[in-house]
Every structure is written in structure tokens, then in C-alpha cells.
Design a protein around this ligand. Structure first.
Ligand SMILES: NC(=O)c1ccc[n+]([C@@H]2O[C@H](COP(=O)([O-])OP(=O)(O)OC[C@H]3O[C@@H](n4cnc5c(N)ncnc54)[C@H](O)[C@@H]3O)[C@@H](O)[C@H]2O)c1
Length: 427
């Protein structure tokens, strides 16, 4: 059993904290946001994640996890401190490390006892950040530290499951002792573990997200080309997958990628590369392609309905994907804004993300059910891949909508079962 602290209780921090506590460690959580701390301490996760509420309550009851109100209380008992704060995009696309800097400074201030601790960066940070941002702050404060990097690969919506049963673990260490400490923390993981240096571990995370974003953008572009050339993407995709060099997973075309990671991480890598004299043309193209992909869904509506001015359009799914309430960079945002700019009346529904979405785009009428969203609609765009949406039938659209024009932006419905529906999907 190890005493761990987790600084930052967003999806990454809280799910990691609960997972480590479930593995038998004693975990202390801290967040600068008092509301988040209060919710986590009460067993009420500040965001939706399948299974997290039950697991959180269990580790709180067992006193394996507790949430404290000061950084001092978080650092004092810990031998390992995980940094899980956000690393968002700046206006120019570069990585904003101000949260990481201020969290590291607070850790250094709270660390007064001369005890050696291992500080592990779990936040997604550009190669070199741990050495050039975290290290000098701890050195200047004279703290006896070891440094590690442990990038997080969890998928929102399955975050807890991924934290409990990772399919790979990447550990960056500043030396053999740190590597040993980190490996022993992950003894439970029945998966490949890559032990490497700090910078490489940081880079692996960007390589992974950039490749996955590229796969999505490639699938989108290929599907657009299939439409232009009048061939079926499904068949082409099957054929692609027969090549043993190509993994056919994650090649689902639609309205593009969003979320808190892919867009900002690819932007950060492009921006860092450019500053160092590289020309990341492919990743720039991935971002550019993703920026406009959602417009294909709107073009389908215009093909069917003509001018969208005054038309009632439903958006099903407001979060960036199903099974989450996270609206960061969701494609529902540009879709809604574009429809509103064209004079459409936009109605939105999401099982979880409605209130958060309303705050950002109050002009969208957010309703409480799929039925309400579809009622009287001239067209609908399926933007989220919630399982409940994939069970919608032709009858649901035909009997509720004014005109049953449906654009499946996530490829979750079977076109063969959409009799009577003016059904479109990309590819
Ligand atoms: N969300 C994901 O799916 C995911 C997956 C893998 C990696 N990541 C990366 O992990 C990191 C965290 O992601 P997230 O989605 O949990 O972020 P988040 O922004 O949702 O949560 C970060 C938390 O850190 C807190 N915080 C900020 N500064 C602090 C400080 N000085 N002291 C204490 N707490 C502080 C914030 O209040 C917030 O609650 C990011 O770098 C992200 O890119 C995220």
C-alpha cells in the first residue's frame, strides 16, 4: 500500500484516484475548485462517468480515498503525487501550462518536511514539459524529488474501466528508482508496460492522439470521396480492414472529432513543432479537415429541405460523444451555431449534457426527450452515439417529425431499416 495524492479532480484525476484506491492504496485528492472538492467528498462525482459514483462511494466508505481542503493536507502524507490538472489550448493553439505551473508551485510550498517524494505528471504535456516546467520549480524550492510521467489513455465514458484495466501503461522516469516505484504501482495491470524516459513518455501520448485524430479525419475524407465517386464506404472499409497492416477500428466517418483531447493535443503538437522549425503539414490538414467536416451534415439537410431559414432542426446528442456529459469542443457547437446563423429553429436533446450546452448556446431550445426534440422537426442530425439513439426506428422519425429527414452523423443507424425516412449518412 502506498500513500498517493492526486492534484486535480477532473475525469482523469478522480478516476485515477478511485482506481488506485480500489487497488488498495490510500489516496488523497485535492482540487482548487471548492465545489468539485465538496462533490467528490460527498460521493457525488462532478461529471458523469459510468460506474464512478458507486466506486467513489465505496472507496470513501472504506477510507481508502479522502478529499482534503488544502494542498498542505494533500502533500503531507503522500509519497507519490500525481499531477492531473488541465492543459488546455491557448488562443494560438499552443499548450497552456499555467495550471501545471501553479499546481507545481503550490505543491512545492506545501512540501516543507524534507521528505523525498515522487511527482508524477499524468496531465497531457508536450515533450520536455516535465523537465523544463515542473523540475525547475521543485529545484528552486529545494525539494528532494523524483520525477515521473504517466500519460493517461482513458476514454471518457469508460474512464473508470480503463483506469482499472488499462490496455497499456507508459511510464517515464528520471532514473531506475522512479521506474521501480512506478512499476510497482502498476503491478495490478495485466498489459504491456513501456518504461522509458520522461520526454518519450510525454511524446507517446501526443503520438497516440495525433494518430487517432488522423484516423478519424482520414475516415471522414474517404467517406466524402466515396460519396463523390458513388461507392459505398461500408464495403470499402471492409476491404481496407482485410489488409493486415490496417486496423479497421476507429475508422468511422461522421461529423468529425471533438472532446477535451484530440483537437487541443493535435493543435499543441502542431504549434510546438512549428516553433521548433518543423512543418507538420499532415496534422495541420487533419485539423483543417475536422473543422469543416460537420458542414456535410448541414449540406444534406439543405439538399432535402432547401433554405433552412425558419425550419425546425433537431440535434440529438450535445456532448462530444455518447456516454459522457462533456461538451468540450463537441461538434454540436459548430452544427448548432451554423444552423442558427441560417435562421433555423434549433432544438437539442442529450441524456446528460443539456444544461451545460444551454449555457454555451442559449439560443438552442434544449428539451427533455428524443420525442420532444423530434416533434414537428423538419430535419434531425444525430450528433451523439448514445446507445439509446442507435435503437431509434424509422417509425420514431416518421410518426413524430414534420418531414422525416435524418442525417446520421455517427453511423449508428442501419439505413436498410429506415424505410420512409429521407436518410443520409456520410459515405
Ligand atoms: N478527459 C480525458 O478524457 C483525458 C484523457 C487523457 C488525458 N487527459 C489529460 O489529463 C489532464 C486532465 O484532464 P481532465 O479532463 O481531467 O481535466 P479537467 O480540466 O476536467 O480537470 C482538471 C482539474 O484540475 C483542477 N486544477 C487546476 N489547477 C489546479 C491546482 N493548481 N491545484 C489543484 N487543482 C487544480 C481543476 O479545478 C479541475 O477540476 C489534461 O492534461 C488532459 O489533456 C484527459
Amino acid at each position: 500500500m502506498t500513500n498517493l495524492s492526486v492534484v486535480g479532480l477532473g475525469p482523469v484525476g478522480l478516476c485515477s484516484a478511485v482506481a488506485f484506491a480500489t487497488q488498495g492504496h490510500r489516496v488523497i485528492g485535492f482540487d482548487i475548485d471548492a465545489k468539485r472538492r465538496g462533490q467528490a467528498a460527498q460521493g457525488e462525482p462532478p461529471f458523469y462517468e459510468k460506474g464512478i459514483e458507486t466506486a467513489l462511494r465505496k472507496v470513501l466508505r472504506a477510507k481508502r480515498f479522502s478529499v482534503v481542503d488544502t494542498m498542505d493536507a494533500a502533500i503531507e502524507p503522500a509519497t507519490i503525487v500525481f499531477l492531473c490538472v488541465g492543459t488546455p489550448s491557448r488562443e494560438d493553439g499552443s499548450m497552456d501550462d499555467s495550471g501545471l505551473r501553479s499546481a507545481t508551485k503550490s505543491i512545492a510550498e506545501a512540501w516543507r518536511d524534507g521528505k523525498r517524494r515522487t511527482v508524477v505528471v499524468k496531465s497531457t504535456v508536450l515533450p520536455g514539459t516535465t523537465d523544463h516546467v515542473v523540475r525547475p520549480i521543485l529545484e528552486a524550492a529545494g525539494r528532494p524529488f523524483r520525477l515521473g510521467v504517466n500519460p493517461e489513455f482513458l476514454r471518457e465514458g469508460r474512464a473508470l474501466e480503463d483506469a482499472l484495466r488499462p490496455d497499456r501503461v507508459v511510464l517515464g522516469a528520471d532514473g531506475p528508482e522512479t521506474a521501480r516505484i512506478l512499476k510497482s504501482l502498476y503491478r495490478f495491470a495485466k498489459c504491456p508496460i513501456l518504461a522509458t524516459d520522461l520526454k518519450t513518455a510525454e511524446a507517446v501520448k501526443y503520438a497516440t492522439n495525433s494518430f487517432l485524430a488522423t484516423k478519424v479525419a482520414f475516415a471522414d475524407e474517404l467517406a466524402n470521396l466515396c460519396d463523390a465517386l458513388d461507392v459505398s464506404y461500408d464495403e470499402v472499409h471492409k476491404g481496407l480492414g482485410l489488409d493486415p497492416r490496417i486496423n479497421p477500428r476507429f475508422l468511422v466517418p461522421g461529423v468529425g472529432f471533438g472532446g477535451s483531447c484530440f483537437p487541443k493535443d493535435v493543435r499543441a503538437l502542431v504549434s510546438a513543432g512549428r516553433r521548433r522549425g518543423a512543418e507538420p503539414r499532415l496534422l495541420e490538414a487533419v485539423l483543417a479537415q475536422n473543422e469543416v467536416q460537420y458542414q456535410r451534415a448541414i449540406a444534406f439537410l439543405e439538399e432535402e429541405l432547401g433554405d433552412l431559414n425558419g425550419k425546425r432542426i433537431a440535434i440529438l446528442g450535445l456532448a462530444f460523444k455518447g456516454d459522457t456529459d462533456d461538451i468540450r469542443e463537441t461538434r454540436a457547437l459548430p452544427i448548432a451555431r451554423s444552423l442558427l446563423a441560417k435562421g433555423a429553429l434549433v432544438v437539442g436533446y442529450d441524456p446528460l449534457a443539456g444544461p451545460a450546452f444551454s449555457q454555451v448556446v442559449p439560443e438552442v431550445k434544449v428539451v427533455d426527450s428524443v420525442k420532444e426534440a423530434l416533434a414537428g422537426a423538419d430535419g434531425t442530425i444525430l450528433q451523439g452515439d448514445w446507445p439509446a439513439f442507435s435503437r431509434l426506428t424509422a417509425k420514431d422519425f416518421v410518426t413524430t417529425m414534420a418531414t422525416p429527414v435524418v442525417v446520421d452523423g455517427r453511423r449508428i443507424l442501419d439505413p436498410k431499416k429506415m424505410r420512409g425516412v429521407r436518410f443520409h449518412r456520410i459515405g
